[in-house]
Design a protein around this ligand. Structure first.
Ligand code: BGC
Length: 417
């Protein structure tokens, strides 16, 4: 009888006490992204919770914000959502986010998160969001076989890039695989701006949104440099997704892609090795400068006790060293926690962490505007719109494009956020 009771107690203890439901808004649908997310899903399943995907299709999260707003207005927020940069503060200011300070103290987030990340994930001194990674957007990905075949080195300036591009074109390969979407144009544009104008210019234009810096000769030069890349962009209009462009580099149809390091998740999923099959390097003119894009899962206030427990488990799993390692090995990024060792990571990840620290010291660690880290979603929308006009409207010369950008960003900043 005693043994029977003991077995019952053991079985009861091994059962999840609170099986909660976790609805999570995200836009991780490519092969590499989905595999990385599965790490988190399995961890939550092991805890006995039920995972509910709230997927908003669209790379770069173009449509995610609007969907989230709708749900919150209806009084039905998900347990957690991918929210980035200043938008985290906006949700927190409106009182929708759950503070996570006890957990943060227990897992010692303060000592193990870089300042720029702690600053965006805290509001009024309290943590309200969990950073899963650090992505870098000013990367270029190169098919090594093509580069070797044309006998070229990795270009480190835009002039060198053009020389290499001409050789590649002469051999009949596409030069830059690119998806025709505003956020993808913006991803290239922000790195060109950093290369041409330098970190101070970037900060004043895209973080401080100084009108006189956006409406300037330097910004015109940025557009002029971007224009020089246009003939080398290979877009497949029927399939504009970023991962289709990555696939073209993987298959050896195109030599380059200018994209954040989520692209590396695709190379890895295809079994390709950094340094052997593909090369990662900072985009021309941006070595030791770092445009960061941090995915964070913000936790929305919930009323159900079991769901709240599930949410706590989610936050705690995300901030564990174990998750940060396994997830980022698949996602292409590096861990947000600086105490996670990179011995299992490849040379791109190690270069990323090295240049993150160098950039941090020299004032060249900057938030990505293309990925919602530098400004509000509203200003970002105008930024995208101006770039779209530049890419598609034939009358857009560099001056007109610069003036349009300045006016649209100023208009966006007037909107109530
Ligand atoms: C996100 C990445 C995502 C990429 C493509 C970026 O804005 O931060 O996590 O992989 O968009 O969807």
């Amino acid at each position: 009888m005693h043994r029977f009771i003991l077995v019952l107690i053991l079985v009861w203890q091994s059962l999840p006490v609170y099986a909660g439901e976790l609805e999570v808004l995200h836009y991780w649908t490519s092969g590499g992204e989905a595999e990385a997310l599965n790490v988190l899903k399995s961890m939550m399943k092991e805890k006995g919770h039920v995972w509910q995907d709230f997927v908003v299709v669209g790379g770069g999260g173009e449509s995610a914000n609007a969907e989230l707003r709708q749900r919150v207005i209806q009084g039905l927020p998900p347990a957690s959502a991918m929210v980035k940069g200043p938008d985290i503060h906006r949700w927190a200011r409106l009182g929708f986010l759950q503070e996570l300070d006890k957990l943060a103290a227990w897992q010692n987030w303060d000592d193990n998160l870089p300042d720029v990340i702690a600053d965006v994930t805290r509001f009024d001194g309290q943590y309200v969001s969990t950073p899963v990674n650090i992505h870098r957007t000013n990367w270029m990905w190169i098919n090594k076989k093509i580069l070797d075949e044309v006998g070229a080195e990795v270009p480190s300036t835009w002039d060198e890039f053009e020389q290499v591009a001409k050789k590649i074109q002469a051999r009949g390969y596409a030069v830059i695989a690119h998806g025709d979407q505003a956020w993808q144009d913006a991803t290239i544009f922000e790195s060109v701006a950093l290369a041409v104008g330098g970190p101070e210019f970037y900060r004043r234009a895209f973080v401080e949104n100084e009108y006189a810096v956006i409406k300037s000769e330097t910004m015109m030069k940025v557009f002029a440099q971007f224009r020089r890349l246009k003939p080398y962009l290979k877009t497949d209009l029927s399939k504009p997704d970023w991962n289709i462009a990555t696939e073209a580099v993987i298959k050896g149809e195109a030599a380059f892609q200018f994209m954040g390091d989520w692209a590396k998740g695709e190379f890895e999923k295809a079994g390709l090795k950094a340094g052997e099959d593909f090369i990662c390097a900072a985009m021309p003119g941006t070595r030791n400068q770092f445009l960061y894009n941090v995915d964070t899962l913000a936790m929305f206030k919930l009323s159900d006790k079991a769901d709240r427990k599930a949410q706590e488990d989610l936050a705690s799993a995300i901030m564990s060293e174990e998750f940060q390692e396994v997830f980022n090995l698949k996602k292409g990024s590096i861990p947000a926690r600086t105490d996670v060792d990179l011995s299992k990571f490849d040379e791109c990840a190690r270069l990323s962490r090295k240049e993150f620290h160098i950039a941090e010291q020299k004032g060249a660690l900057l938030p990505s505007i293309a990925h919602g880290m530098a400004t509000t979603a509203r200003v970002q929308e105008e930024f995208y719109g101006a770039l779209h006009d530049f890419m598609h409207a034939p009358e857009m010369n560099d001056r007109k494009a610069m003036v349009t950008l300045a006016k649209r960003m100023r208009y966006g900043s007037y909107a109530i956020n």
